[in-house]
Design a protein around this ligand. Structure first.
Ligand code: PLP
Length: 439
């Protein structure tokens, strides 16, 4: 198991927004696991699509065959995708999607005769996956630390994190542009023609707790990338696929990536799947150059996974779930503000769509954090589970060590009664967890 000293609960069934354990206890899944289960746990159409695919052909190796499911999924993903993102490389998860993205950008520069480009820049307090390449690019300090000797050298600029980092005398826009300009300074420091790519999560997920960018931030980032010929990789593994109310999170920031990674909500947990979506110029450089992307995984383009993901994306479209994410996202936000807006230990409530975060503080006025030794986030998780609620608390919000936050990413089929249940159980769990730190 993930933890050598802790036995996870045995889950035996799923029903809509609930997971049921071996004792029949029901858990409201308010974080979709880790922002995965966007259709809940028992979608009939997705299951039927998977069964149909299994009955025809479960798997083929992508070195020999493609499948209708893979082709249709790719076509669906590029429909209306921002910019010229129109080539899809199907993998089995978020880390794989990011690894592929990192190698693809390096190969792009080899193909176009710029082999001197070797640097990757990302942001502190962002996570891009746990495999060594994705971990090396990422700025999640506690995850990186033990493996630092194995990681390639990467460079990090500040996150766009208004709650903690914006001074009172600076507007949101001014602050955002100032921190975006750190990218230009870093590119200049490294040498403009030595940088391959800048990597960022449009809405920072688990590491910061649903932190959206300020208005104009990503437009400035895009301008800087273009000025230096640096590619922009957007990691939408967590925030993409409708989670914030648009299929691609970056649509709301009015920009497009050169490469975009998605996973999690892509298959909604019905199958492991991810995708690296590239713009035409990257595809063409490889097509006209060496002719193949020097990468590959045994399970890429897995037909059953593709059939599941295609059914998920069709359901989102046909059932108008993006609109629902916007409406229910606002209701959830209102309910969180109503219940926790004046809570002594909730410093910030933030997010977009059905992707919401809360940051916990020992003192609201000074924003002082709880002693990390108290492991407040772990206590909240345990108290919530005890009350039949799955949410996603994390620690190390500020620097990998200090700070506690919580992520909410409920299924898109969430209803008003679920919002009520969530807020009630969460309120009790937070209060019990904080009380337990004083015992
Ligand atoms: N990128 C982001 C933004 C993520 O949130 C995650 C997982 O939480 C990953 C990458 C890695 O995805 P996976 O766990 O599917 O490998």
């Amino acid at each position: 198991h993930r933890q050598a000293t802790h036995q996870p609960l045995p889950a035996v069934a799923g029903e809509g927004c609930y997971i049921i354990d071996a004792d029949g206890k029901r858990y409201l899944d308010a974080s979709g696991g880790a922002a995965v289960s966007c259709l809940g746990h028992s979608d009939a159409d997705v299951r039927a699509a998977m069964h149909a695919q299994l009955d025809r052909l479960a798997y083929t190796h992508s070195g020999f065959f493609t499948s209708e499911a893979a082709e249709s999924l790719a076509a669906k993903l590029v429909e209306g995708a921002p910019g010229d993102l129109n080539r899809v490389y199907l993998v089995s998860g978020g880390s794989e999607a990011m690894e592929a993205a990192l190698k693809m950008v390096r190969q792009y520069f080899l193909e176009i005769g710029e082999p001197q480009r070797r640097h990757i820049i990302a942001r502190r307090q962002s996570y891009h996956g746990n495999t060594l390449g994705a971990l090396a690019a990422g700025g999640n300090m506690w995850r990186r630390e033990p493996f630092a000797p194995l990681l390639f050298e990467s460079h990090h600029i500040a996150p766009c994190y208004t709650y903690r980092d914006r001074p009172d005398d600076e507007s949101e826009e001014e602050y955002g542009l100032r921190v975006a300009d750190e990218l230009e300074a870093k590119i200049e420091e490294l040498g403009g023609d030595t940088v391959i790519a800048f990597v960022a999560e449009p809405v920072v997920g688990a590491t910061l707790g649903a932190v959206p960018p300020t208005p104009g931030y990503f437009k400035r980032i895009r301008e800087i990338c273009d000025r230096y010929g640096v590619l922009l990789i957007l990691d939408e593994v967590m925030c993409g696929m409708g989670r914030t109310g648009t299929r691609y999170a970056c649509e709301q920031d009015g920009i497009a990536a050169d490469i975009l990674a998605c996973a999690k909500g892509l298959g909604a947990g019905y199958q492991p799947i991810g995708a690296t979506i590239a713009g035409e110029k990257i595809y063409q450089a490889i097509h006209d150059g060496s002719g193949f992307f020097q990468h590959g995984y045994t399970y890429m383009g897995h037909p059953t996974a593709c059939a599941a993901a295609l059914a998920v994306q069709e359901a989102i479209e046909e059932e108008g779930l993006l609109e629902r994410v916007v409406v229910m996202g606002e209701r959830l936000n209102d309910a969180l503000h109503e219940r926790f807006g004046n809570h002594h230990h909730v410093g910030d409530i933030r997010g977009r769509g059905l992707f919401r975060g809360m940051e916990f503080v020992a003192d609201r006025a000074t924003k002082q954090v709880f002693d990390p030794g108290l492991k407040l986030n772990g206590r909240i998780k345990a108290e919530a589970l005890q009350r039949g609620l799955v949410c996603y608390p994390m620690g190390g919000t500020i620097d990998g060590k200090q700070g506690d936050h919580l992520l909410l990413a409920p299924p898109f089929i969430f209803e008003d009664s679920h919002v009520e249940e969530l807020v009630d159980k969460l309120g009790e769990a937070i209060d019990a967890a904080i009380a337990s730190t004083r015992e």
